[in-house]
Ligand binder design. Sequence first.
Ligand code: ZN
Length: 649
Amino acid sequence: MRAVVHSRIMAKEQEVASAERRAAEGGIASDESAVAEPEIEANEGPAEEYENEPNESAAANGGSGEAGCPIVMGEFGDVRCGRKLHLAPDRVDEKPVCLMHSRDPGKQSGPLFDAFWQEFERILVEAGEGVAHFERFIFPEIHFRDREFQAICRFDFATFTQDIHFNFAIFKQDASFIKSTFAQEANFLDAIFTQGTRFSLAIFTQKAIFRRATFIGDSSFIRATFLQKAHFSCATFKQYADFSNATFTQKADFQSASFTWNALFGEATFEQHAYFREATFTQNADFSEAMFTQDAEFNGAIFTQNADFRQATFAEGAVFRSVSFMQRADFRRATFAQSAYFNNAIFTLAVRFLETKFHGTASWRGSRFFDRAEFRRTYFDPQIAGHESAEFALAAFYKPSEIVFDDVNLSRVLFHNCDVSQVWFTPSVQWAKRDGNRGLAVFEERVLLDEEFTKQLWRYGPLDYRAVAQIYQQLKKNYDSRLDYWTANEFHFGEMEMKRLAGPTSGRLLCLRRWWHRNLSFVAWYKYASDYGNSYRKPLLWLLGTLLAAALLFPITGLEFKQAISASTARVTYSCVWNRQDSWTNNFWTEAKLIGKSGITAVDTATFQRTPEYTPVYPRGRVVAIVETLLTSSLFALFLLAIRRQFRR
Ligand SMILES: [Zn+2]
């Protein structure tokens, strides 16, 4: 990336030559500059200019020295036009200038038109393969279709008042249109620029057509302004293409454009649709700090080298569908104000989404990550409440351990049909919490269960309980393998919950069977008893509850005193120990003692004591005892399992 920046700076330095820079810094822009500037330049160094006076071009033109056209020309603004002054109608020109530099509307046709082109051709012929100076010329309509220019053509600061046609034209050497103004349509369709091309600071007031144009040398559109559509579709840039700081007020069409060398769009502004569909970037592509006010479309584009979108702003949708990023892709601190689509994109090398902000839904559905992907402090916050924030459905991670989610809110991220079992989720990752402090949840579950989403479930692709259970299994496996059993357990609940809800899907009495599965099946009981093994308090409470229930039930059916002397005293129940003659308090205590004895019996039964003092009376008491034994032993087992689950190493 450094190379890109450096080269951009280099290009800029070469580009904005001193004369032009002075003009730019002087804050003069637009059409008037052509006439207004010479004054400034004259102020800066009039003496020098006059010293240089008897120069070739002025002399050759038969110019009358100091009396001739005062417009400054030449690469460094050191040559004066000096052509014969043209008698223009009043106030057309601010001060008398030659025909070439005059704004006289009479130039558009007739003898003046002919005279203009005569002089133009003369300059070209005279230049041969040298420099042809057309700086600050005011051009009438141009028809140069199929024309071949042998000379180095300098159209800097020129104004093209009418349509210009350079379609199929060939510039054999440098062509320079620095700070020129195209008042009407500029047509460079199929033009070939053999050497360097400079359109920096140019203003295209109407359509700019560069379709299928070929730029064999460096091309520069630095700070160019396109006020209408800019057509660069199928254009070929063989060397540096520099559009840094360019402004596209209307649609910018770079469909299928091919950038063989670095493509620089840093800080460019796209106020309407930016269209880079199927563009090819063979070297580095720099879109850092670019501003996309409307949709940005890069469908099917290929970035063979690094793609730099650092701090770029996408105010509307950003579409990177099926884009191939063959080297690093950097979206650090970029902002996506609306949805971002990376569906089916291919990331061959590292991709960074550091501190990238997504205010819409970001979708990586079906995209493939062959190397590292960093989602650090990535900000997922869809503005539509309840919408998913990001989607990785069907995405494939070929080096899963190199996929990092760090300090990211994943509470509304979809991961179904995407293997996340080895992806690295740092502890700072935030998952959605389950109601009732029962662990963590993934967004798919909500999509599946929430009525708000079920209406448009199709939108999320194949999604059922099994698919969601799978995500939970993978997350569990993921955290288990990192020995984070705690978090793993939190996903265990979700997994089992999905299993409980899944149930039968076909057959007779479906409703009933499904209800049974959800509420009375073994899995359901597992949930009631211990939150699927996540809670050890729950089975413990149930265990105590069972003991208490047994203790209260035994005296109803009767307790048998083993060491009893007679049969009459052997059996005790609530009713037989109640003495009507005695006071309420005494009776109460007698009953309490009975329950106490019964409690001991319940514990005896639960712990398989062989010689208990009391035993439940056959047959009903025995049944209660058997049920109690079964329940307590299973609950105790569940308790042990839960303990193990919580405190395993
Ligand atoms: Zn002149």
